[in-house]
Design a protein. Structure first.
Length: 173
């Protein structure tokens, strides 16, 4: 962290992908909301979307078209079951994939859950200048993804580099 730099709050939207969760039972989405706000960021929007690739894409497309939303974090739908389709919904919308995110998430998860981390299809990328992070649906995975990977990269004070300082250049041609 660089004390010479000031924190820059970002507008972050949170999407919970689930057929069963409600606002009252959405522990993962609410955990992400509280962590990003505790870090000093703003909650731009929050939605619970069914495990349907077209509904996921519809909400995500609205958010990535909104110039006021800089980051989207999804939770859920990254597993292997027939209804898990978040990566399939998100990947076609990405301009660039951040391959290291999924790789690092699984490395960190291995220490906690062993080889079960192979079942996680976490994903991150950039679409229309908006950073997108797709996390598993468990509260623990959201906590680890935020605290061990995402939060530092969304903090302008992180050195030697961070995603915030790239934002002005994401739409360059």
């Amino acid at each position: 962290m660089s004390e010479a730099r000031n924190f820059i709050p970002l507008n972050i939207a949170v999407m919970t992908v689930s057929d069963t969760r409600t606002e009252e039972t959405d522990k993962s989405g609410n955990k992400l909301k509280s962590m990003l706000q505790e870090a000093g960021h703003q909650l731009a929007d929050k939605a619970i979307v069914p495990d349907d690739i077209y509904r996921i894409r519809a909400t995500l497309s609205q958010w990535i078209a909104d110039p006021d939303i800089q980051v989207v974090i999804t939770t859920g739908g990254t597993g292997l079951t027939g209804r898990d389709g978040t990566p399939e919904a998100v990947k076609p919308l990405l301009d660039k994939v951040i391959d290291g995110f999924g790789e690092m998430f699984r490395v960190l998860s291995y220490d906690l859950i062993g080889t079960s981390t192979l079942q996680s299809r976490t994903l991150a990328g950039v679409a229309n200048g908006t950073f997108i992070f797709c996390l598993p649906g468990s509260t623990g995975a959201c906590k680890d993804g935020w605290s061990k990977l995402i939060s530092a990269q969304l903090d302008y004070r992180t050195q030697p580099c961070n995603l915030v300082e790239l934002m002005p250049r994401l739409l360059e041609k």
